[in-house]
Design a binder for this molecule. Structure first.
Ligand code: SF4
Length: 217
């Protein structure tokens, strides 16, 4: 049954505070749980059908949520691709960095979970601006070759050849000096995780084989 509560702009999971910027995404991954879980994530309604939050909405929601309990990271994630809303992402991330510099909260990391298509989505290299605000980036690599990638992520028109862009994006993030760059795939969908690990490492990233139920993308 659909979650009837108001949409969550920020929500907690583990030691993180997560930011739900958008439900839009150029992929339709075979493992994506947003429709299977009815836009609900552990009791949080992540359905933004009534409208996406502004950067100001997110900052207000964070100011309300962060003092409530300890957290170790703030993560741009949600049930969509955060780089679809690059301007808002950067504005919020710069605000978080400012709070951290002022020691407004105990030390925390700023992380983005992404499908790696941000440069294609925004028609430019967005990595330098991301590198200026992020401590960590988790990129869904998903496959060791383009054909398998296409079958798993089921990209929208215009993104069909995106696999090499994802690889390049990973490489650019490593080159830009983001402290932690992780490329992942999902254990239940990929035929050969070892081959994906080799690609991740060839691009200079850490590899993470994540379980389907982690659902952190
Ligand atoms: S990239 Fe993430 S949000 Fe987009 S379809 Fe895949 S799992 Fe879902």
């Amino acid at each position: 049954m659909a979650n009837q509560t108001a949409p969550a702009i920020v929500y907690r999971f583990g030691e993180g505070v997560y930011i739900n910027l958008t439900n839009r995404c150029p992929n339709l991954c075979a493992f994506c749980i947003k429709t299977k879980w009815n836009m609900d994530f552990h009791g949080n309604n992540l359905n933004l059908a009534t409208g996406e939050p502004s950067a100001r909405d997110v900052i207000v929601a964070l100011e309300h949520e962060l003092p409530k309990a300890p957290f170790k990271q703030v993560v741009f994630c949600g049930y969509g691709e955060p780089t679809m809303r690059l301007d808002e992402l950067l504005l919020v991330a710069h605000t978080l960095k400012g709070w951290r510099a002022q020691a407004k909260y105990p030390p925390f990391k700023i992380r983005l979970n992404t499908n790696g298509l941000g440069n294609l989505i925004n028609h430019k290299n967005i990595v330098p601006s991301l590198a200026s605000v992020l401590d960590e980036i988790n990129i869904s690599l998903n496959a060791a070759d383009e054909e398998t990638w296409r079958k798993i992520v089921r990209p929208a028109q215009g993104y069909e050849n995106g696999y090499e862009d994802v690889r390049e994006f990973i490489h650019l993030c490593v080159e830009a000096g983001i402290s932690r760059v992780v490329a992942s795939c999902v254990d239940t969908t990929v035929p050969d995780p070892k081959a994906v690990e080799q690609v991740a490492k060839a691009e200079g990233a850490e590899f993470y084989l994540r379980s389907f139920l982690d659902a952190n993308d």
